[in-house]
Design a protein around this ligand. Structure first.
Ligand SMILES: [Ca+2]
Ligand SMILES: [Ca+2]
Ligand SMILES: [Ca+2]
Ligand SMILES: [Ca+2]
Ligand SMILES: [Zn+2]
Length: 486
C-alpha cells in the first residue's frame, strides 16, 4: 500500500461522479491488467475559515477501499484543490469472500493476542507490561488497492491495548496487517497505595481536614497511569473519571501529579487503583468481568460514604472524614459492587445476596491490598478512611477475620457481610490468593440475583472443583462450614 498517488492538483471544474479506468504494468512486467479507481462516496463535508472541504471514501463494487480517499477543497474565492489518495484496483477483483467473517475475527484475535504475548515477554520493563486478551470483534469486507490488491475482512477488536484493526485476507485467511488504532497513552500520577496507614505502617496518621503534611506527602508514591485514551483526561480502557468536584483533571501531557489536599488527587487514586485491579482480573484470565471504562464521580458527595448505583452504573466517592478516594480499599470495595452487578444482572435482591455484596467488596479491597501491604494488618478493611471514625487501633471499618458465623446474623448487610468476607478470606489462606480469586470470581458467574449464602457457597465449591479438583474444593467447603454457611 505504498504506491498511493498523493497528487494535489489544482483544478477548476467541479467534481462529477468519478468512475474511470486506467491501466498499469505490473512489476513482473507481465501483460497490463485492466484496473479501476472505482467510485467515490461522500463521507464528510467540513467548513473552515477559507472554504469548504469534501471528503470522499474510495469504493470498489460498493466496498470501501482501505486508506483510499479523495478530497476536494473549495475556497471562497472560487479555487478548487484536489487531494487524490486513491489506489488502483484490478477491475476483475472478486469481491465474494471465501473465508467466513467469524473465521476472520478468530484469526485477528489470535494475531493480537500473540503480539501482546510477545510484548510481555520482551518487556522487561514492568511498567510497560500489557495484558493480552482481545475481546470480540466486528468484521467488514473491504478492498486493498495497489500492487497487492485483494479482498480483506477489516476486523475491529478491543483489547487491553485499545482498539485494533486487523486486515485479514478474505481468501487465504492471512493476517495482512494488525495495528492499534486507538491512542492508548500512559501518564504519570501520584497516589497512596493502598493507603497511608498501611504503606507507612502508622496508625497515628490523621486527616486534619484534608491538609497537606510532610508525613502524608512521604506516603505518596509516583506511578505510571496505564491505558489512558490520550484525551488528556483520566479516561481509559477501564476507568473514566466522568465527574468530579472542581472539575475533572486535565493535562495534555497526561501528567497528573497532585498532593492530597488537591481534590484532583482522589481522581488519580481512583483511576490508578481501578486500572490496577482490572489488569489483575485480566491476568487471572477473565475478559468479561466489568470489562469496560467504569464511570466514577469523585468528591461529589458530602457524607462519609461512597456508593455504586446500578441504575446508572456510576461509582460515587464521598468526601466526608478522610476523602473516601484517598483509600484504595474504599474504591475497591465499591468496584466490587460494580463487578457483581456486571456479572450478575440485578445482583443483591435478597438480604443474604446483599450481604454477599458487602462481604465480597470488603474481601476485594483486602485481597487487592496484599501485594502492596507487606503483610501489615491484612484483614483490616479501609485502614485510612477509618481513622476519622474509629478510636481503637488498628483502625478498621470492618474486618475479614471476625470469626462470625451465621449464628451472628443481624439482618444488616454490612454486618452480615463479615460472615461472607471471612469465608472468602479463609479460602484465600487455604488456596493461595490467585487460585482463590479465580475460584471466587468464577463462582460469581453462577450466582442468582437473590442467592442465599448456601447457594453462593455451593457454586463456589463447584467452580473450585472444576478448576482445581476435589482436594481444593474440600478446603473451600471447609471454609464455608466454619462460618456455618454449609
Ligand atoms: Ca484529599
Ligand atoms: Ca460497570
Ligand atoms: Ca471518608
Ligand atoms: Ca487494609
Ligand atoms: Zn458496599
Amino acid at each position: 500500500m505504498s504506491n498511493r498517488r498523493k497528487a494535489i492538483v489544482a483544478v477548476t471544474a467541479g467534481l462529477a461522479t468519478i468512475s474511470l479506468g486506467l491501466s498499469f504494468t505490473s512489476a513482473a512486467g507481465a501483460a497490463p491488467e485492466a484496473t479501476t479507481l472505482g467510485s467515490l462516496k461522500l463521507v464528510k463535508t467540513k467548513t473552515s475559515l477559507l472554504g469548504k472541504h469534501y471528503w470522499y471514501q474510495q469504493t470498489f463494487k460498493g466496498l470501501p477501499v482501505i486508506n483510499g480517499y479523495y478530497a476536494k477543497h473549495e475556497t471562497k474565492a472560487g479555487g478548487v484543490q484536489i487531494a487524490d489518495g486513491r489506489d488502483a484496483i484490478p477491475a476483475n477483483l472478486d469481491v465474494s469472500a471465501k473465508l467466513p467473517a467469524a473465521s476472520a475475527t478468530t484469526k485477528a484475535t489470535e494475531a493480537i493476542n500473540a503480539k501482546a504475548a510477545r510484548a510481555r515477554i520482551a518487556g522487561a520493563d514492568k511498567e510497560a507490561e500489557k495484558v493480552p486478551a482481545a475481546g470480540k470483534g466486528t468484521a467488514q469486507l473491504a478492498v486493498i488497492g495497489g500492487p497487492n490488491a485483494r479482498l480483506v475482512w477489516a476486523v475491529t477488536s478491543r483489547s487491553s491495548e485499545g482498539s485494533s484493526r486487523s486486515l485479514v485476507d478474505a481468501d487465504s485467511g492471512a493476517v495482512v496487517e494488525s495495528k492499534v488504532i486507538s491512542d492508548n497513552a500512559t501518564g504519570h500520577g501520584s497516589v497512596f497505595d493502598p493507603n497511608p496507614v498501611v504503606s507507612e505502617q502508622n496508625e497515628k496518621l490523621v486527616d486534619n481536614n484534608d491538609k497537606n503534611s510532610d508525613e502524608l506527602f512521604l506516603a505518596q508514591k509516583n506511578v505510571i497511569l496505564r491505558n489512558l485514551d490520550g484525551s488528556g483526561k483520566l479516561n481509559g480502557t477501564y476507568v473514566n473519571i466522568a465527574e468530579a468536584k472542581g472539575g475533572v483533571a486535565q493535562n495534555k501531557n497526561n501528567n497528573f501529579v497532585y498532593q492530597r489536599a488537591n481534590d484532583k488527587f482522589e481522581q488519580v487514586e481512583a483511576y490508578y487503583q481501578v486500572n490496577q485491579t482490572q489488569e489483575y482480573i485480566h491476568k487471572l484470565g477473565f475478559t468479561e468481568v466489568n470489562n469496560e471504562s467504569q464511570d466514577f464521580s469523585i468528591n461529589t458527595y458530602d457524607g462519609d460514604n461512597s456508593f455504586y448505583d446500578p441504575s446508572t452504573d456510576v461509582i460515587t466517592m464521598g468526601e466526608g472524614g478522610v476523602d473516601d478516594a484517598e483509600d484504595a480499599e474504599v474504591i475497591w470495595h465499591e468496584y466490587g459492587h460494580a463487578i457483581q452487578d456486571d456479572v450478575v444482572p440485578g445482583f443483591g435482591e435478597s438480604l443474604e445476596a446483599g450481604s454477599i455484596g458487602e462481604g465480597f467488596g470488603d474481601y476485594w479491597a483486602v485481597t487487592n491490598s496484599i501485594p502492596v501491604s507487606k503483610g501489615f494488618n491484612l484483614p483490616c478493611v479501609m485502614d485510612w478512611d477509618a481513622t476519622s471514625y474509629t478510636s481503637t487501633e488498628p483502625h478498621c471499618l470492618r474486618r475479614t477475620d471476625t470469626g462470625k458465623t451465621t449464628d451472628d446474623i443481624v439482618g444488616e448487610v454490612h454486618d452480615d457481610g463479615e460472615i461472607w468476607s471471612n469465608a472468602l478470606w479463609d479460602i484465600s489462606l487455604a488456596l493461595g490468593r490467585e487460585k482463590a480469586n479465580k475460584a471466587i470470581l468464577e463462582g460469581t458467574f453462577f450466582y442468582a440475583p437473590d442467592t442465599s449464602f448456601a447457594d453462593a457457597a455451593r457454586v463456589t465449591v463447584q467452580a473450585t472443583r472444576l478448576l482445581y479438583g476435589k482436594a481444593d474444593a474440600q478446603k473451600v467447603t471447609d471454609a464455608f462450614k466454619a462460618r456455618k454457611i454449609l
